[in-house]
Ligand binder design. Sequence first.
Ligand code: 0RA
Length: 641
Amino acid sequence: MSAGTKGGYTARDIEVLEGLEPVRKRPSMYIGAVDSNGLHHLLWEIVDNSVDEHLAGECDRIVVTLHKDGCSLTVSDNGRGIPVDVHPKLKRPALEIILTTLHSGGKFSNKNYAHSGGLHGVGSSVVNALSTEMTATVHRDGHEWFQRFKAGRPTTALQKVRPFRGRGTAIFFRPDDTIFRKTTYDPAVIRERLEDMSYVHGGLTLVFNDEVRKESVEYLHPDGLLGYLAKLVGDGSKKPVTEAVFTADREDPQGKIGVVLRWTEATDEEVRSYANGIRTRGGGTHEVGLKSAIVKAVKNYLEIHNKIPKGIQLTSEDIREGLVAILSVFVPEPMFQGQTKEKLNNPEITAQVDSLVRPGLENWFNSNPNLADAIIGRMVLAARARMASRDAVLEVRRKTPATRRSTLPGKLFDCLSNRPEECELFIVEGQSAGGTAVRGRDGKTQAILPLRGKILNTESLATAKALVNQELRDLLESLGTGVGERFDMRALRYHKIILLMDADSDGNHIMTLLLCFFFRHMRELIRAGHVFLAQPPLYRIAVGKEIHYALSDADKEAYLATLPANRTPEIMRFKGLGEMPHQHLAETTLSPATRILLRVDIDAQLEADKTFDQLLGKDPSLRYELIMSEANLISEEELDI
Ligand code: 0RA
């Protein structure tokens, strides 16, 4: 930890803007939404303030504690402590002003690039406004200080509690359950974010105490991004092409950029980017700069050394295949874009990243020719594989009658409506199940796509190769969005895409392959909440006139146990969807009035990543076991009734 306080701070530096009523009136304007994301946003706002202290060189440890109730939290740090001196005009302590007004805090208005994402210091008062209770405990100026708040208003004055030698801040808050739909925090989400932060802010220790589950973890990675890359490549799922890692760093008044990368034998490309410490899953201008710098550096190197492979046109995709890269930038005023604010939109950063990475990478190649040759060999292989799969695609095209081309696939039973919001696509397995579904559906809004052939395991395939598979191509044509670079969510023809498979191991396998395809190649669909699992019943149990459907054996047993001894149930087991009377399928699984759908959700993305690797990666025995025990991708709370 570096010592010394940059520039004296006084309460005068705080520019007061307004009170907190607007925040309670329109919370979503400040935190995005009052859903689980918004709830977690509160925590990130508080943590970001502590991270700012770290970036100022004043704090090296942040502790997040989730209390027993599962919804209240304490965030503490060993920074300078929130200032407690009295504002000369407002005659109130700085701490109280910081936590009760929408302000631009003094330390944030000096255009210091070193602040984290969030709301640049307005954050903690927003959290206060949306909490039934908040307390601040500050160690500073030789004392412990304390103040309590309710819904953004002080309920005590700032108290000088006792003499105290250390320094730091602890903020406790309990989100307001009259504002949030659900106030319980997800420990997996918290852990993932804190772990990410520990890599991006190398040297900062982040601790998570989960008092609900009585668990505690500590994240510290002094070697920062390099450690992150080692983790991404080192778990055995990706074989590196060379041992060498390329790194580049720059820090100047305009910002800070860090890059680490290496090539692997994997057939996908994995770029993780961050802006001001926040993961930018949607990429953005910084990622564009990185990708184009890499491509240009490789092309320049090939040209200068006369190494352009003969008869092969290397595309950008070939060059970046197998690449694993981590990019972290800090900019003075980050602009985030997109529905989930996960895309960086600062135009100036593209050229800054490019000018760091391009010459650096060329240099790296020039001074390590053997390594450069190995990496280029990898790219040539990628190009060959691509050309082979393109030929395969053209082959299938030629066999398809011209009239069907670029229209909907012949086996799709489309619905009449062309309003995507109300349209649903059921993907079913096999012709007979397809027949049942077609008879049971509401033809106005429900379309059926029966899959007849095998679905390719696309876990480790580039998208172009995945689409050699006829079934996946039919699926894609039905959806209408296109894929990869050309993916366009606005063209989506159905807002609900529902996987309807038999409740047996084959059905599970197909479902997993489809989920894998969506996850690896059309992740936006899952993220936007368009992908669902249907839940067809396994049993129909009739007791007199009363009908009960059971989803599983356990479900059946549980129901039978509730029956009085004198009733004899009539139990029917559905062997498969194909053998189910279509009326039964309609009332249990298809009809929006009576069905229950599970929405597929990626809460902790890392977890999901791992699950698919395990499911569809190398080891087939592991795979089977996991499929049977079901991927943990499904949030049962997200019910659509
Ligand atoms: C305003 C000014 C200074 C520090 C902080 C706020 C501060 C805020 C938080 C929130 C959580 N932990 C925090 N630690 C510090 C600078 C104070 C100075 O110059 O001494």
